[in-house]
Design a protein around this ligand. Structure first.
Ligand code: NAD
Length: 489
């Protein structure tokens, strides 16, 4: 049964790209489904001197492509209020507090507040400090702070940021967003692993040969070059999305499916990441940058990119989680921009049967594939009997499940599910500080190891390919190959 939630959202960065493209449509979906009804309001803040009317029009514009009547759009947007606000100005928080208290009464919200920090990370700690010290935190309801990525750029900055936030908000009230954790098929990993004994029994080093994670993008850096030049693929994709996925694939079974139990196991998995020294980085990681190709410009020719930039737009690596069940299982990961196609998938490759009674070369590996994006679903590759009269032979068969159109249309988009979880106080799909810490510890060692080798050697790859050859060699050295090979037709 749909239960109505009471909450006041205060969105810092309410005129920004994230708010308009993701947050307002997601809030509207929650409204349409009845999770938000009468008892909610949204205050959007940013520096521009907008009126409520102008802000409400922006909100209506951001949901205009959705299934919506004019009446719904008006009713929904009437809950949105704009407050011009400079996050560095203490006085402005007083005005914000007055408006928040007024709306709390008007909509009978009972003191529940979500502070959504949809702004540049440099402002995260200032906002937390002022929100707390200027009395925006209530005594009678919950006070949850949602923090966008990136959470720091290395261990040191992440620790500093976390310490400063924890002065004002306890860990349990901090919701660090990783929007991959809101994706349906990422959320399906524990369900498939722990509710099927066939997988539960086989999910260990004895039966899994390797795991492959691909997050490929067809687009280039687009208008994010200013940020990306200082981040690169390792920070932008590996530290968060890929390592969170690794944690879900390698963690031990939680005692119960509760946020506390899941977080405990994810933390253990990330703590068990094998941290490489310089030689380990050289052997196990490959960095690339897109050159020109397919009629598209090279990264170094993009706006706001240095002509001699060494920023990696591609990274591939072999990761190990040194725990009892997964020790020794290589986890190959790769992510990059301007690759052949946009796709996110996970392939769990099982070992062959111990003895092949059907003769040489007939058996293919069993592979369980989580298709995350696009067309969410799963696939299991098995060996079966070929229909043949005069000889008994084996052929590869694929069991496929795709969530059909109807289910897909009901599937919550990433942010919608995460916002719903924030309202419920369910932290399972948000990164705990310890997870963030262990992820940065792993990533810092890779970055340092890489920078020491030949001043951060980077392989150029043609736009439209699947990255530098080194990414294939990484697997070939172990006698493996990428299962997902869209560049090979
Ligand atoms: P943006 O630049 O589009 O928006 C920033 C907002 O902050 C604007 O509303 C701006 O007016 C406001 N602002 C800036 N300085 C201010 C100040 N001193 N006082 C008050 N308001 C101020 O940025 P964005 O793309 O919406 O990203 C916001 C956050 O979300 C960033 O942390 C980003 O890394 C993260 N993020 C964004 C996306 C996305 O799709 N846009 C995806 C993942 C993460």
């Amino acid at each position: 049964m749909t239960s109505e939630q009471k909450s006041l959202f205060i969105i810092f960065g309410g005129t920004g790209d994230l708010a308009q493209r993701k947050l307002y449509p997601s809030l509207f979906n929650l409204y349409k489904q009845g999770y938000l009804k009468e008892n909610f309001a949204v205050i959007g803040t940013a520096r521009r001197p907008w009126t409520n009317e102008r802000y409400q029009q922006i909100v209506r514009n951001s949901i205009s492509g959705m299934e919506i009547t004019a009446r719904q759009a008006n009713e929904f947007s009437s809950h949105f209020y704009y407050q011009s606000h400079n996050v560095n100005d203490t006085q402005h928080y007083e005005t914000l507090r007055q408006l928040a208290d007024e709306l709390d009464k008007k909509y009978a919200i009972n003191g529940n507040r979500v502070f959504y920090l949809a702004m540049s990370p440099q402002f995260f700690s200032t906002i937390c400090e002022h929100v707390k010290t200027q009395g925006l935190v209530t005594d009678n309801g919950y006070n949850r702070v949602v923090i966008e990525k990136p959470f720091g750029r290395d261990v040191k900055s992440a620790v500093e940021l976390n310490d400063s936030i924890n002065q004002y908000f306890p860990e349990d009230d901090v919701y660090r967003i990783d929007h991959y954790l809101g994706k349906e098929m990422i959320q399906s990993i524990p369900a498939l692993r722990f509710s099927n004994n066939i997988f539960n029994a086989l999910w260990n080093y004895r039966y899994i040969d390797n795991i492959q994670i691909t997050l490929s993008e067809a687009l280039g850096v687009e208008e994010r070059a200013g940020y990306y030049e200082n981040a690169g693929a390792l920070r932008d994709m590996v530290q968060n999305h890929i390592l969170q996925t690794v944690a879900l694939l390698t963690m031990n079974a939680p005692t119960m499916y509760t946020d506390a139990d899941i977080r405990k196991e994810k933390i253990s998995a990330l703590k068990a990441l094998r941290v490489y020294d310089q030689a380990g980085v050289k052997q196990n990681f490959v960095f690339g940058q897109y050159g020109a190709g397919n009629g598209q410009a090279a990264y170094r020719e993009e706006n706001q990119v240095a002509p001699d930039s060494k920023t990696e737009t591609f990274v591939a690596g072999k990761i190990f989680v040194d725990n009892m069940s997964m020790a020794g299982v290589p986890i190959y990961v790769r992510t990059g921009k301007r690759l052949t196609t946009k796709n996110t998938q996970i392939d769990v490759v099982f070992k062959n049967a111990p003895y092949n009674i059907f003769g040489e070369d007939q058996l293919k590996r069993n592979i369980l594939t989580f298709k995350v994006d696009p067309n969410p679903g799963m696939e299991l590759r098995l060996n079966g009997k070929k229909v043949d009269f005069d000889q008994y032979s084996i052929q590869s068969m694929h069991l496929k499940h795709e969530h059909g159109e109807e289910i897909q249309s009901k599937m919550p988009v990433g942010y919608e599910k995460l916002l719903y979880d924030v309202l419920q106080g369910d932290t399972a799909s948000f990164s705990h500080w310890d997870e963030v810490y262990y992820s940065w510890r792993f990533v810092d060692a890779i970055r340092q190891g890489w920078q020491k080798q030949a001043e951060g050697q980077i392989d150029l790859y043609p736009a439209g390919s699947m990255g530098p050859k080194g990414a294939d060699d990484l697997l070939a050295a172990d006698g493996n190959q990428w299962h997902f090979r869209p560049d090979q037709g």
